[in-house]
Design a binder for this molecule. Structure first.
Ligand code: ADP
Ligand code: GLC
Length: 480
């Protein structure tokens, strides 16, 4: 069965978040099941540099405001899966973040950059770009690829089924209505039953309305986005399509995320946790933190945004310090939050350290060196860092929401007795709820070493590999 995945980022070539991790690991997991999987990517510098053996498939010519567009094909560096690349130098050969310019603002031609991705997917599906390989299912990811199902629907001779996966409904891909001509979207699509969203065009809505099936990245988030609280104004559309919506949990590539990876100070395993202590010491020394703290070392590896509850965390730092705990933060994001963490580190250099930036290797050292990973999100479609933390025996402290609720089993009496607890869960997105769970986690760490080690082992034993999730996607494709 031939499956085309369409996305804007992919690990290890271009990554700003979990979407890239999913694209780097789901297609290979499907290929392992015997499916004939290819990906379609924009020709960003990281993609052009990283794809192996890139060759021209066809010259498309001038479209979407680019003078020259060429479809190429090569292979992904690790999995060796075939990858189509849209080489449109004018639109894609830009350094830095794939979505925003050096001024931090969205590129003003983003509608064309993401429109071209969906347009190329639809023409590939029609067999017009590569007659040698025509997909039987097209799987588009997030709003970036949201126009894919719309363009496929627009071609009356095309009946290829589409799956659209929502990775984060908060980013709806909204553009002014007057761009519809440049995007080649016909008038009859520009109404509330189509791509129109409060007088604008929403690429996310296009994906939701025109795909045959919609998935999101955890069962809880699939339920949540049908409610006004989490639906970002699209919950009505979501409810209309509820029978076609399902939640399939993301998996982890344990070849990359495992406490014997090459980035960490000393490898360790579920049977021998000694290396974890060395990793903690190494992390404390790297950031000149005191090695005498009585409480646990908390870590954050995250976008620093209000989605991720980082404002709540900043507010409870005094309580965290009072418990004798420490904190290391790796992240980038909203300026005020970056400043807040920088200030906290500068006034508590022995116990708080912050690295504002993006560093893949450092993220592994955080996972291995910390005792607790904090993910106090207001909403979380799936979340991957808590899954990585589990494998490193670093207990996640999370809010009971979305994929966090589906993957972390709370340390409480019942779960401890059943030997199923893997982390700390709190309910309300409030300063009070977060600080009391932090205090309780600190008490558990300080007073019950044997209990702590037991929970670490439960955590490390969890299996969130792609096997089950890939099987679910395969079943979905076959049902189409
Ligand atoms: P989201 O996609 O919403 O940001 P996820 O938890 O799904 O959240 O995925 C985040 C991914 O990005 C993880 O692989 C995490 O390790 C990585 N990450 C986030 N911030 C940084 C950073 N500053 N440096 C390195 N990796 C980061
Ligand atoms: C999004 C979500 C995150 C999810 C990731 C991969 O970025 O915010 O929760 O894990 O996509 O699906």
């Amino acid at each position: 069965m031939r499956i085309l995945h369409v996305a804007f980022e992919i690990f290890p070539l271009v990554k700003t978040g979990g979407l890239a991790d999913v694209l780097g690991s789901l297609p290979p997991a499907l290929a392992k099941r015997g499916l004939d999987v290819r990906v379609l990517l924009p020709g960003l510098p990281g993609v052009l540099d990283g794809i192996v053996g890139l060759q021209t498939v066809t010259r498309i010519g001038p479209v979407f405001g680019a003078a020259s567009v060429t479809l190429c094909v090569g292979r992904l560096p690790d999995s060796h899966l075939p990858a189509y690349v849209i080489d449109a130098p004018f639109l894609f050969r830009r350094k830095g973040n794939p979505y925003v310019g050096p001024d931090g603002q969205d590129w003003d031609d983003n509608h064309r950059r993401f429109g071209l991705l969906g347009w190329a997917a639809a023409h590939l599906a029609a067999g017009e770009l590569d007659p040698e390989w025509i997909p039987e299912v097209v799987h588009a990811h997030d709003w970036h690829a949201g126009l894919t199902p719309a363009y496929i629907m627009q071609n009356p001779s095309l009946s290829v089924p589409t799956v659209f996966t929502i990775h984060n409904l908060a980013f709806r891909g909204i553009f002014p209505m007057e761009y519809h001509n440049e995007l080649d979207l016909p008038m009859r699509r520009l109404n509330p039953r189509g791509v129109e969203f409060h007088g604008n065009i929403s690429f996310m809505k296009a994906g939701m309305v025109y795909s045959n099936r919609i998935t999101t990245v955890s069962p809880s988030y699939a339920r949540e986005i049908c409610t006004p609280e989490f639906g970002c104004g699209l919950d009505g559309v979501m409810r209309d399509r509820a029978v076609d919506l399902s939640g399939i949990l993301n998996g982890v590539d344990y070849a990359v995320w495992n406490p014997d990876d090459t980035e960490i100070a000393k490898p360790y395993s579920i049977d021998d946790l000694a290396g974890k202590k060395a990793c903690k010491l190494d992390l404390q020394l790297e950031f000149s933190l005191s090695t005498q703290a009585r409480g646990p070392l908390f870590a954050v590896v995250s976008r620093l945004t209000s989605q991720k509850g980082m404002d709540l965390l900043l507010a409870v730092l005094p309580e965290l310090l009072q418990e004798g705990a420490q904190l290391v933060v790796l992240g980038t994001g909203e300026g005020e939050l970056e400043d807040g963490f920088r200030y906290a580190a500068s006034t508590n250099p022995d116990n708080i350290a912050v690295y504002i930036g993006y560093d893949e290797s450092m993220s592994h050292r955080f996972m291995a060196g910390a005792d607790i990973l904090l993910v106090p999100s207001r909403f979380e479609p799936c979340g991957l860092t808590q899954l990585y933390a589990l494998r490193y025996g670093t207990l996640p402290l999370v809010r009971r929401v979305g994929g966090l609720a589906d993957t972390v089993v709370d340390v409480n009496d019942e779960n401890l007795a059943a030997d199923s607890a893997t982390g700390f869960v709190f309910d309300e997105a409030t300063r009070h709820a977060l600080s009391s769970r932090i205090r309780e986690a600190c008490a558990f760490y300080c007073n019950d070493e044997a209990g702590w080690t037991k929970v670490q082992r439960n955590a490390m034993r969890q299996d969130f590999s792609w096997d089950d999730s890939a099987a679910n996607y395969e079943q979905l494709y076959r049902s189409l």
